[in-house]
Design a protein around this ligand. Structure first.
Ligand code: ADP
Ligand code: ZN
Length: 747
């Protein structure tokens, strides 16, 4: 009889240690590092990953249980992905189990096999009116039925139809108001089969031939060494997608697989169709709308090598693509590439590590690269390939900075800052049958309610933030925790009988432009109109078909959209994020304004951009107006280095956020974290570490918890690595402290 063998198994839980199990002979062949196994834990069965075999015989007196199953013929996690998990765990200071949980999709952690897509029938509320009535008619019709009006306008904003369950459950609209609309003949209810995956069959004709510029970049990338990371720095409309696809086609032709990462919001039918046009059904699209069953199927098809190319947002960086030859990270500057929970990885940086581990190419692309990437390029660690001009020699649109402090305004707009310049730009475009995009990065109707007598602003009781006023459905709502209550009509502090709405949100903007341009067909795109599955694609399809004259929305509309008939872009208020207490406030504003400006003038009719601001001389606004990344970087980089406080990319940053329900305890714990860091800095890291804080976070209360933070800075990545690993090794309970290396937000 041979001696029993033991395996170390890591479970997807926030503990640092692994668990030891005996390997039954019958499973020995399948139990290898990276394999999924089912193990008993207390009285449950859970899925874990084998990380090591033949571990030391466990100490006497500990009962070791046996693994109960090993479901896969091939290990679920390849050696390279297991190494990537170890890197994430070490770099971000997260338990290995959480790093593994990020790598393997949710359904594969379930002991049961995931179910396939549900073919359930769904009911849909469809508006029957043509939506072209005047506002006066509308006021009359809904005079005594504000709820019905709310339902009507919500469905209208969603493109004319919406699942009943979504309206009633998610948006909390009243079902009697829905019935009322049907009785009034303004809507009908239809039974339809569940909306199928809209990506399932999309394809477009083969791509056009590369321009000379594009060809030069493609050849340059393919001629460079495999380990040489590349940055495609191409202006908006320079055709970066075609460049990625040409590079990937050559990678796939040589027998390799590839990953194309795109921000979730840019994963549009248009993008998917273009990729399918090149790779047909070799592509697996890993979008967030997949059911568990579809996700598991896509994952298996990639693992078996039946599909070679994975396209998806952040987590697609872990797709089990075989013989990986290249990873492309499109819009590499996008903050959505950072995961918001442990292991808090940045998909671009994880992509770089994975590419190195598997000998694959790394290609980053953006019109507005992050300062971190520009810094690596300046150091020669990334090779830059520029696409300085738009396809077809189309000029970048001229940008007019409109100074709201002095510019003539449209009187009818009342309190809304509406310049004559923007107004006539829009009117002209509408007259010529062209389309308009308006950016306002603030959803809701008004930013807050204020009492004109005592100045009181109703705040969220759980978060240190003002409640936002919404009109459809009407309520004051917290954008962080979802708390809501009726809109104040009298002041809750002094009892004053009228309250003022302050600050413009997208709902109010929609209302206003509906009155200002009564003939225009308007669509609004923000979190409130896109919360149902595929809603955002439906809106974009209507724009693409020319059924929308004005598309307005939050930062969602700034990304990747390519509509040649858009000739006017207006940034209604460029300053919404400019004064956030975050060192990236300027960078984010620059990227947002430059990106949305890049949506104009993509067709033969050219385009114009109007940027309304009260900070016309701010370098972020000026550089965005000049479409110039180098101008922005030249002004911004000195602000992040001495004599100013140093910030990335000059240094690395780790943020410790301490949060508990009790304020004194939070402050006390933050004090302890800072003291621990300062001790580590002097005792073990000989001055390589600077500790800032503790201090209350700018967003000091969130979802009922108080928040403080401590920042650790260093020019030495290894010092930060040692700090996060030392912290990980301490025993923690309760999760009051989170560790965020390379944080994307300091709020
Ligand atoms: P970017 O991502 O750089 O802003 P896109 O990849 O969206 O640009 O391309 C902009 C537009 O130019 C798209 O409509 C695309 O189909 C078109 N395009 C790109 N390359 C070519 C080409 N070589 N010939 C013709 N049209 C092209
Ligand atoms: Zn709240």
């Amino acid at each position: 009889m041979t001696a029993p063998r033991y395996a170390a198994v890591v479970l997807p839980v926030p503990v640092t240690r692994s668990y030891i199990y005996e390997v039954p002979d019958s499973l020995a062949e399948r139990v290898v590092p990276g394999a999924r196994v089912v193990v008993p834990l207390q009285r449950r069965s859970v899925v874990g990953i084998v990380t090591e075999l033949d571990v030391e015989h466990p100490p006497q007196g500990v009962t070791i249980k046996a693994l109960s199953a090993a479901p896969d013929a091939e290990p679920a996690i390849s050696p390279a992905l297991l190494d990537l998990a170890r890197w994430m765990s070490d770099y971000y200071g997260a338990p290995l189990g959480l790093a593994l949980r990020a790598i393997l999709p949710g359904p594969l952690w379930s002991v049961a096999r995931p179910a396939g897509p549900a073919p359930a029938a769904e009911r849909l509320l469809v508006l029957t009116g043509n939506g072209l009535e005047s506002l006066i008619e509308r006021e009359r019709r809904f005079k005594r039925a504000p709820k019905r009006r709310a339902v009507y306008e919500t469905v209208e904003a969603l493109g004319g139809s919406a699942p009943v369950s979504h309206l009633v459950r998610q948006l909390k609209l009243s079902s009697s108001a829905l019935d009322g609309l049907v009785k009034q003949g303004l809507a009908r209810i239809e039974r339809v089969p569940e909306v199928r995956d809209p990506f399932a069959r999309l394809s477009s004709p083969p791509p056009p031939t590369l321009t000379d510029d594009q060809r030069r970049v493609v050849d340059g990338i393919l001629a460079s060494e495999l380990h040489q990371a590349a940055l495609v720095h191409g202006v908006t409309g320079s055709g970066k997608t075609l460049v990625y696809l040409a590079v990937l086609r050559s990678v796939v032709a040589s027998g390799h697989g590839a990953i194309l990462l795109v921000p979730e919001i840019a994963l549009t039918p248009q993008t998917v169709a273009r990729v399918r046009g090149v790779f047909g059904n070799q592509v697996a699209v890993l979008h967030s709308g997949l059911s568990d069953g579809e996700r598991a199927d896509a994952w298996r098809a990639l693992q078996r090598g039946e599909r070679l190319v994975a396209v998806g947002p952040r987590s697609a960086v872990f797709a089990p693509v075989q013989r990986l030859g290249a990873i492309v990270v499109d819009e590499e500057h996008e903050p959505s590439y950072k995961q918001g929970s442990a292991p808090r990885y940045h998909a671009r940086d994880a992509a770089a590590v994975r590419a190195r581990l598997e000998g694959a190419r790394l290609i980053l692309g953006s019109a507005t690269p992050s300062l971190e990437t520009l810094d690596l390029a300046a150091q020669g660690k990334i090779a830059t390939f520029a696409l300085p001009a738009r396809v077809g020699a189309r000029p970048l649109p001229p940008v007019e900075i409109v100074d709201l402090r002095s510019t003539p305004r449209v009187a009818e707009a009342g309190a809304i800052a509406w310049s004559e310049a923007l107004d006539s730009g829009i009117a002209g475009a509408l007259e010529r049958g062209e389309q308009v995009i308006l950016l306002l990065n603030r959803r809701g109707f008004a930013t807050f309610v204020q009492c004109p007598a005592c100045g009181n602003v109703p705040n969220c009781p759980n978060c240190a933030i003002a409640l936002t006023v919404h009109q459809t459905p009407p309520a004051m709502r917290c954008h962080y925790c979802g708390y809501e209550k009726p809109i104040s009509e009298i002041c809750e502090v002094c009892g004053h009988a009228t309250q003022r709405l302050r600050g413009l949100g997208t709902q109010q903007l929609e209302h206003f432009i509906g009155m200002r341009y009564p003939k225009a067909r308007i669509a609004r795109m923000d979190l409130d109109t896109t919360s149902s599955k595929w809603a955002h694609h439906h809106i974009l399809e209507r724009v693409a078909r020319g059924e929308v004259d004005i598309l307005l929305g939050t930062q969602m509309i700034a990304k990747g959209l390519d509509f040649p008939n858009v000739t006017v872009v207006g940034v209604v208020d460029a300053d919404t994020g400019l004064h956030f207490p975050d060192f990236r406030a300027g960078e984010r504003t620059f990227q947002l304004v430059a990106q949305v400006a890049g949506r104009a003038g993509r067709g033969p009719r050219g385009g114009r951009v109007f940027v309304q601001t009260r900070a016309p001389d701010h370098h972020a606004i000026r550089a965005a107006a000049a479409h110039s990344v180098s101008q922005f970087a030249a002004a911004e980089l000195p602000l992040r280095s001495p004599p100013n406080p140093a910030y990335p990319p000059h240094i690395g940053l780790v943020r410790f956020v301490i949060s508990t329900a009790d304020h004194a305890r939070t402050a006390d714990l933050a004090e302890k974290v800072a003291a621990w860091l300062r001790r580590a800095a002097t005792e073990r890291l000989e001055g390589m570490l600077t500790v800032l804080g503790p201090a209350p976070c700018p967003l000091m209360r969130l979802k009922g918890k108080w928040r403080w933070h401590v920042l650790a800075k260093s020019t030495e990545p290894r010092a930060l690595g040692r700090v996060v690993r030392a912290w990980r090794a301490r025993a923690h309970r309760g999760g009051a402290v989170i560790v965020d290396r390379d944080p994307q937000s300091l709020l």
